[in-house]
Ligand binder design. Sequence first.
Ligand code: ADP
Length: 888
Amino acid sequence: MSAVGSTNSGSQLNPLLPLGEVAAPPNTMKVLENVQQQTGPQTNSALCKRLSPDNNTEGTESENAPIGGHKRQRTKSGSEMDNMVVSPLIGSECYGKSGSEVQVVAPPPLCERNSRTLRTDGLEENSTESSCSVASRDNNDVNISSYNNSISSNIGDCNDVGKLDSKNNRQLSGNETKDTQVLLNGCSSIENISNDISGAESPQCSATLDYVTQLPEGCSGSKPSTAASSSILESTTLEPRRLDTSLDSDVDLEDDDNYLDSSEGEDDTDMTTTLGDEDESCGEDDNQSVISSVTIESTCSLRSVASEVASTISLNEQGQATNEDGSLLYNSTPSTTPLPSFNVSLFSHVPPAINFCKYNEKTDVMPSVIQRLLKWRLTNITPLIVKKTVTNSGFKMTKKTALWNGTWGKHMKSPLFKDIREFQKLNHFPGTFQIGRKDKLWKNFVRLQTKFGKEEFGFIPKTFVLPGEMKAFKTAFDKEGVKKKWIVKPPASARGTGIQVIHKWSQIPSDGPVVVQRYISKPYLINGTKFDMRIYVLVTSFHPLRIYLFQDGLVRFASVQYKTNSATLEDRYMHLTNYSVNKTSATYTHNEDAGQCQGSKWTIKALWGYLKAQGCDTAALWSRIADLVIKTIVSGESDIVLRTRRNVRSRYTCHELFGFDVILDEKLHPWLLEVNISPSLHSASPLDHSVKGPLISDLLNMVAFHIPDKLSHQQQTTLLNDLKLGEGVSGLCLDRRMYTRLLTTEELSKHVRINGQSRSEYLATVLENITPDDLRYLIMYEDERARSGGFSCIFPTQESHLYFAFLEKSRYYNILMDAWESIYGTCRQKGIDRLEALCAIMHHLQVPQKFKLPKTAIPPPPTPNLSSSPRQQPLSPKQKPSSPSSTG
Ligand code: ADP
């Protein structure tokens, strides 16, 4: 059997626990053409397969303790928490333990500033807290000690850091930039660094304390029962699994985007700056040309995204979308033979990921010992296409057990993420309502618009959040008069519910919160009909930021031809493009053929073919959309990173698919209408399947599901012998070392040092010595890219540093990725070879000594001091010393 894959509120019920358990105008197009000329090619990663076995695993499983300062105080040495580096500035009671890891203790405050404590709901409120001192308890911690001394000894030191910070144009947080005192600036920059000791992503102390007391059994770092694992030791027999092809009977509960929990994010503090009069025209005129200078530059790197898809698609004489060579776009037939069960990593000693086939295919039957471990938690909103995909790929559905590995569910409040264990994966990050709620989206957007101008942030129609901004809205309304139209929306709804197009003041609802947005009254029309685009965006990590754009999507048409006169405004079939609205229209026309430009729903790829035939620079348009996507994600990044650090234990846990709704105005200028954090995956037609089938399988492959680490070394060895995954695969199960956030003293000091450098400096230095921690991040990134299928990476790219200005804080791993892309972005294989040379000697498995090595993990060789001298790092696989693996 070949198993090697090809790439391709308060007390609240936790939905993830078992039931009952608590827990552009003309000139725009010109600019776009210029942009196209600047485009450079971007090499795609190539696969690298390895061929060497290693049988060094043994024993049972182990769990790491949850993250958090207080937890560390309470846990015994040896848990992951014990080794966590905690931001020195987030609280006054965070302690580390001695050892080779960094010890960080915050003594009484030397510098005080408004800091934040965590409420029980995971949100922030102001408090004054120690924020500027760190201390070491251990003589070994030379670097952090001196770092500590340098910042805590006197104000001058703080000033120095602040100066260094500004000299290097590092980004300060919103609050920080408002601070005029040098002292506070200095402290702030230190905080930036310390928060971005990114291994040091630990929840704030107070949150951790709550967490420790709330954790359900089995989640606090104690060992789960080994009974289950011992009971499965013997059996490796293959049990037949049938392909589930019953998609015809698709009865998804949801037929459109899911509503947000209406309370999600509502209790957040308001961080919006309301625009002054001068700014009220920002983004309000759909005839306005808004061109981003950053866009112009950065689309150079995004061009590869565009050219891969948009520019190559044409329509043939029959009106079908075709590839460049004339072949039909949607003519692939599902595989009739089972596909491999695993995707093997590009790198040695990295466990394989489960291969997800499409909903209408199947993978090889897994050995029963593995089958029993693959559990998918069913939720009320799990889309049928997800169910089919995961069951055909080896998972069993479950509602009962807490030991699930994957789930696809609703968004949860941030604190509930603390219940997710290290071997579990779910489709959300905490805090994404920051872009998923219409009111929050606008508030975050306007913050950046105020700072950077409408040239950069002019792609959301002017919006007011009522009743708070009623006065400003009245002023804008009166200025425009009744000629201008507005669209009124509930702040956290979906599917067109509660939406109204208006032009009279009397139509403004006086009760309840609503957003009122400038109506794009001159949309680009096809066959006289309005449409919008559903763009799928996958974020696999917020720190470092990794954003992928799916190359296909949906075009949703209104079912009645568009008219501009005000008498038509009540016609939802004319002015709204939601499928949920229009499917009930007598004039809604189904389109069964994904390649055809016909009916009320098209694919994005078919749209590109159509627009190209109209003379549109589709590649440039796609780049504009990619730019809009990045800036939108960036607008919520800071809060999401913070919540993730506080509430999520493992880097393995989160990923999120976003549905961006974009409308084109008559000049083909893209406008963002909203972002859905639970985009509909309902598939009612072959066209839907053509888009969402690959979307889901590609997504699940990219985020890499591993077999839970519940198999002994002996079991893994036996299975690997049978599965024949290649010599470089030495372990079969999730390896928690790959996802640890622990840093050694040396790694921490590197973070501090690099965070203080200018771009030209860090480009020259950050990759000189790749630390084990660096390596783990780079491996994950390259593997992800290699399995990206129909997704294109739009961040990081060689130009993504241009977006750093919009981020509230400079973060180490974004810097690392920037340098990586800068050096290897056009010669990926070289970079992959360099990483593989290090993986071959298990450099990535070198973790801080106090990391509690699960018994199922392959023991790494004795630590070579690789990071002390660049020359000691292997540069190519050919140079590698004898090791348990080799590259193919
Ligand atoms: P929902 O989350 O309920 O789908 P949207 O903001 O996506 O809310 O709006 C629903 C539909 O209304 C969109 O698909 C689009 O057709 C139309 N629409 C929304 N905002 C605007 C706007 N500013 N200008 C023109 N049409 C809009």
